[in-house]
Design a protein around this ligand. Structure first.
Ligand code: FES
Length: 100
């Protein structure tokens, strides 16, 4: 299937970011966001630092650590940006993490 490009809006940011259907959200966010709204950490679904909540839109996820995103959170739209791929335009909220 050919890649598609969707628009990503982050709650609290004016800028709209282009995200690709063949790329995880965190990578697109880092490539195109001067604000660096999400820390770039393990990129492997293990540290939990890229946790976001999808407020609207379609997406798919790959395996994530249940220690960072519970089943209940998944059902409420919480995901790890490094393991989430867009399937439509998205509106997201960044979940602030304790980086200490
Ligand atoms: S960057 Fe570590 S879980 Fe996403």
């Amino acid at each position: 299937m050919d890649e598609e490009t969707f628009l990503l809006k982050v709650k609290g940011l004016q800028r709209v970011i282009r995200v690709r259907s063949d790329q995880f959200l965190l990578k697109s966010l880092w490539q195109q966001s001067e604000e660096n709204v999400i820390p770039l950490r393990c990129m492997g679904g293990g540290c939990g630092q890229c946790k976001i909540r999808i407020l609207s839109g379609s997406y798919r996820t790959e395996k994530m650590s249940a220690a960072h995103v519970s089943q209940a959170e998944l059902a409420s739209g919480f995901v790890l940006a490094c393991k989430t791929v867009p399937l439509s335009d998205l509106y997201i909220e960044v979940v602030k993490q304790d980086l200490s």
